[in-house]
Design a protein around this ligand. Structure first.
Ligand code: HEC
Ligand code: HEC
Length: 374
């Protein structure tokens, strides 16, 4: 703490100490060097290096950092940097980690990149050179899109009161964001859990997530240190496919590695849930499923006179959502068929009885009754 209050003059007058070199995992760092751009301005030589950290301690600090009131981005950054400050000392002790607060809510609440990611990626980038930081950063971003938050460990720590801040110890709904964007990650979770954005549960969810992100960042940096790093994440097939045309060398009109279909649907028809069975249709229509009654699965057919964004879901007789079959996917005109396997969103077979399927296709909404008989 004290070192944060060092004046600029004191900081510079300490340069002899840096010049003596502070050994850390990566060796040569801690040196003050002349900034190439600014004449005479001295900065600590980058990267600053890394020593093995305990990912579980990072998880606990990330969670606690979130609840200081400074939020997710600070939480993840502070978790890693505070541990490195203890292990390595300067220059890590000189960073006022609070400056990362700007990243909360994906940048002062703008919902862009998840703040936990902003914090952890910034920490990684202080520790490693460009080649390693980009490799580890790519993994952290991709991993974030495919795992459940909060993690089982996060839920378990809360239940066992292992976090330092125990203001909510219930088991929280877990969701896979499918996106590194705060907006999508938080909105999906609120939708699934039926909790409000301003609820304590949602804050606690993001606190546990912050811990999860800090822990994974520490884990992959430990692996890198031991030359054991293996990425879990591989670029999504659909991204490779879409970028095959929209990437460099072809149309070359976009940038990104985020799952394209989540926002755009698929104008090529290769990644949609329903299969095209006819090219044209004069009207909108949701047909009676067949077989009906059914057990265990049934086919649902719908037609579109023009291209539309389609949602198709099954509800029970009380109107409660049972299964999302098609979610905001883009379809061209034509007739399409999709199978419902008689399971709910949790993957469990539903009980015998009457259900409704509802089709939303642009302005057109239509329902149809189905019957499951076991
Ligand atoms: C076979 C090549 C090809 C593939 C694969 C492809 N596209 Fe396209 N896409 C095009 C062409 C050609 C256009 C029209 C370009 C133009 O008008 O400049 C287009 C247009 C678009 C547009 C602009 C809006 C529109 O509808 O006109 C979006 C968005 C888009 N594609 C997204 C995707 C996504 C998402 C995927 C992956 C599911 C994808 N594309 C796969 C060739 C392709
Ligand atoms: C988080 C949502 C999101 C994701 C993910 C996303 N896009 Fe986009 N994309 C947009 C938005 C919003 C626009 C601007 C749309 C507009 O102005 O019509 C856009 C624009 C485009 C355009 C130009 C559209 C036009 O009207 O000509 C193309 C092409 C495109 N995206 C392709 C892709 C591809 C390929 C991917 C996957 C690598 C992808 N997008 C991922 C939201 C997204």
């Amino acid at each position: 703490m004290e070192s944060k209050l060092l004046s600029r003059k004191e900081f510079l007058s300490n340069s002899a100490k840096y010049a003596a070199g502070i050994t850390a995992g990566m060796g040569a760092l801690g040196l003050l060097t002349r900034n190439k751009a600014g004449a005479g301005i001295k900065t600590a030589e980058w990267p600053w290096g890394y020593v093995e950290l305990d990912p579980e301690e990072a998880r606990i600090r990330g969670h606690a950092g979130y609840w200081t009131g400074l939020g997710c981005s600070y939480g993840a950054f502070h978790a890693i940097i505070s541990m490195l400050a203890e292990e390595i000392g300067e220059p890590y002790t000189l960073i006022p980690t609070e400056f990362l607060e700007w990243g909360r809510g994906g940048g002062w609440g703008w919902g862009t990149l998840c703040g936990g990611l902003i914090g952890a990626l910034t920490a990684i980038n202080l520790c490693w050179d460009k080649e390693k930081a980009s490799k580890l950063g790519n993994e952290l971003l991709g991993w974030y899109t495919i795992v459940e938050f909060p993690s089982d460990i996060g839920n378990q720590y809360a239940a066992e009161h292992k976090f330092t801040d125990n203001r909510c110890d219930i088991e929280l709904t877990q969701t896979v964001a499918g996106s590194p964007l705060c907006h999508i990650s938080v909105s999906n979770w609120c939708d699934k859990s039926r909790k409000k954005r301003t609820s304590t549960e949602r804050s606690e969810r993001c606190a546990r997530l912050t811990g999860d992100v800090a822990a994974y960042a520490a884990q992959i940096m430990n692996d890198e240190l031991k030359n054991q790093f293996q990425p879990l994440y591989e670029t999504e097939e659909s991204v490779k496919y879409c970028m095959g045309c929209h990437g460099p060398g072809m149309i070359d009109d976009t940038i990104g590695k985020m799952e394209c279909i989540q926002c755009h649907g698929d104008h090529t028809g290769n990644f949609t849930s329903a299969e095209k069975v006819e090219d044209f249709s004069p009207t909108y229509k949701l047909y009676q499923n067949y077989p009906n009654p059914f057990n265990p699965s049934t086919t649902i057919r719908f037609s579109l006179p023009k291209a539309e964004t389609v949602t198709l879901a099954v509800y029970d007789i009380h109107g409660r959502l049972v299964k999302n079959i098609i979610n905001y996917e883009q379809y061209h005109a034509g007739s399409f068929e999709v199978t419902w396997d008689g399971k709910n969103n949790a993957g469990q077979p539903v009980s015998s009885g009457a259900y409704f399927a509802r089709l939303y296709a642009g302005p057109h909404i239509e329902s149809m009754k189905l019957k499951l008989v076991k």
